[in-house]
Design a protein around this ligand. Structure first.
Ligand SMILES: NC(=O)c1ccc[n+]([C@@H]2O[C@H](COP(=O)([O-])OP(=O)(O)OC[C@H]3O[C@@H](n4cnc5c(N)ncnc54)[C@H](OP(=O)(O)O)[C@@H]3O)[C@@H](O)[C@H]2O)c1
Length: 341
C-alpha cells in the first residue's frame, strides 16, 4: 500500500505522523516506496546543537554520546528539548521498486535531503568527527527518505559543506523573497549566522535603494563580518534575550522608525520579545528560529500591546533550495563566508 509519509514507521504514539512521533522505526530495510541513503554528513539544526552543547558540554565525546542517545531512543535525530532536527548528505544506496523518485534519482547519486532529521529514520554506526563550530557531523550510517520527502542532487559547482549548510536554512531566504517589499525597513536578528546572512543578502535585493536594513548580531566578531559584507545600513551588537536593551540600541543606531518586517534567525531561546518590540504596529515578525516559543511570542506581544502579525518559519517553500543556492552563487562575499565557516 502506498505510504508516502512513512506512517508505517511510526512506533509511538500510534496514529501520529513521523515528525511529531516520539519514536519511529529506523530499521534500514528499504521499503518499496522509500530511498535508502548511505549517510556521510549530518548538519544538526543550530538551535538543537546549541542546546546539546549547553546540556552536555561542548566536547566532541559528550556531543557524540548525546547524539547517539537521541537516535537510539527515537530512531531519528529529533532533539527532545528543541524539537528540531537538521538535514543530511549522503549517497543513494537503494531505490524502492515503487518509489516516485525512480526517474529522478539513481543508485550512487549524491543527495542532500530537504526534510528534517526530526522525521528521518536514521541509524548511526560511528560518529567520525564533530565540528563543534559548524554543527556538521561526519558519520557512518544510513537513513531512509519517504516518498514525499524532498531532496536535491549535490551540485558540482559548490563545495558539499556549503550546499549542506545553505540547504539546511534555505526556507529563510525563500520566504524573505516573498515577504519583503521595496522601500521597507527590515530588521534581522541572528544576522551573522547561516540563515541570517542569506536573509541579509535577499533583503538587500528586495528593498532597493529606499529601504533600510538593520542587522542585529550577538558577537562583535560576527558583526565585523557583516559590516564587511556591506548589505546592512546599520549593524547593532546586542543580546536579543534582553528586549529592552535591544530596542534601545535599535533606536540609538537606526532611529525611531521601527521595522516593517523583522526576521528572527537566532539559535538560542528567549528572543521573541526583542523581535516584537523592534517591529512597528501592524508590522510582521517572521520567526525562522527553532528556539521560538509560540506561547512567549503570543502572550508577550499581547502583554506589551503590540498588534503585529507573526509568522512561523515553514522550512519549505517552492524552489527554496534553488533560490538559496543561486543566491550564494551570485554573492561572492556570501559564498566566501560559507566556505570559511
Ligand atoms: N524554520 C526552519 O525550518 C529552520 C530550519 C533550519 C534552521 N532553523 C533555525 O534557524 C535559526 C538559525 O539557524 P542557523 O543555522 O543560521 O544558526 P547559526 O548559523 O548558528 O546562527 C545563529 C545566530 O544567532 C546568533 N545569536 C546567538 N545568540 C544570540 C543572542 N543572544 N542574541 C542575538 N543573536 C544571537 C548567533 O550569533 P553569534 O554567532 O555571534 O553567537 C548567530 O548569528 C536556528 O534557530 C535554527 O534552529 C529553522
Amino acid at each position: 500500500m502506498a505510504d508516502p509519509y512513512g506512517l508505517r514507521r511510526v512506533i509511538e504514539p500510534s496514529g501520529s505522523m513521523p515528525q511529531p512521533a516520539w519514536k519511529i522505526d529506523n530499521t534500514m530495510a528499504c521499503g518499496e516506496d522509500e530511498i535508502l541513503i548511505d549517510v556521510d554528513v549530518l548538519n544538526i539544526d543550530a538551535a538543537s546543537f546549541a542546546q546539546i552543547k549547553t546540556e552536555v558540554g561542548a566536547g566532541e565525546a559528550s556531543v557524540t554520546k548525546k547524539m547517539m542517545e537521541i537516535v537510539a531512543t527515537r530512531g531519528k535525530h529529533h532533539n527532545p528539548v528543541t524539537g528540531s532536527g537538521g538535514m543530511l548528505i549522503g549517497r543513494v544506496a537503494e531505490i524502492g521498486s515503487r518509489s516516485s523518485k525512480r526517474e529522478e534519482l539513481k543508485v550512487g547519486d549524491r543527495i542532500a535531503t530537504l526534510v528534517s532529521l526530526s522525521l528521518t529514520p536514521l541509524l548511526i554506526e560511528t560518529v567520525k568527527r564533530v565540528d563543534l563550530a559548524t554543527a556538521q557531523v561526519e558519520i557512518e550510517g544510513q537513513a531512509i527518505l519517504f516518498d514525499s520527502g524532498l531532496c536535491v542532487k549535490m551540485p558540482d559547482d559548490l563545495p558539499d559543506l556549503v550546499t549542506l549548510a545553505v540547504c539546511d536554512v534555505c526556507g529563510a531566504p525563500a520566504q524573505t523573497a516573498r515577504l519583503v517589499k521595496p522601500g521597507q525597513t527590515v530588521a534581522v536578528l541572528g544576522a551573522g549566522g547561516k540563515a541570517g546572512t542569506l536573509v541579509l543578502a535577499q533583503v538587500r535585493r528586495n528593498i532597493g535603494t529606499n529601504g533600510r536594513l538593520i542587522a542585529i548580531e550577538y558577537a562583535e566578531s560576527s558583526a565585523k563580518e557583516i559590516r564587511a559584507m556591506g548589505y546592512a545600513d546599520a549593524v547593532i551588537v546586542a543580546d536579543a534575550r534582553n528586549p529592552v536593551t535591544t530596542l534601545a540600541l535599535y533606536e540609538q543606531h537606526a532611529g525611531s522608525a521601527l521595522a516593517d518586517v523583522t526576521i528572527n534567525c537566532v539559535s538560542v531561546a528567549g528572543t521573541e520579545l526583542a523581535s516584537i518590540m523592534i517591529t512597528k504596529d501592524r508590522g510582521l515578525v517572521y520567526f525562522f528560529s527553532m528556539a521560538t516559543s509560540f506561547t512567549t511570542a503570543a502572550l508577550g506581544a499581547e502583554g506589551v500591546g503590540k498588534d503585529v502579525d507573526m509568522m512561523i518559519g515553514n522550512g519549505y517553500a517552492h524552489g527554496h533550495a534553488e533560490l538559496a543556492l543561486d543566491l550564494v552563487r551570485g554573492e561572492p562575499g556570501l559564498l566566501a563566508l560559507f566556505q570559511n565557516h
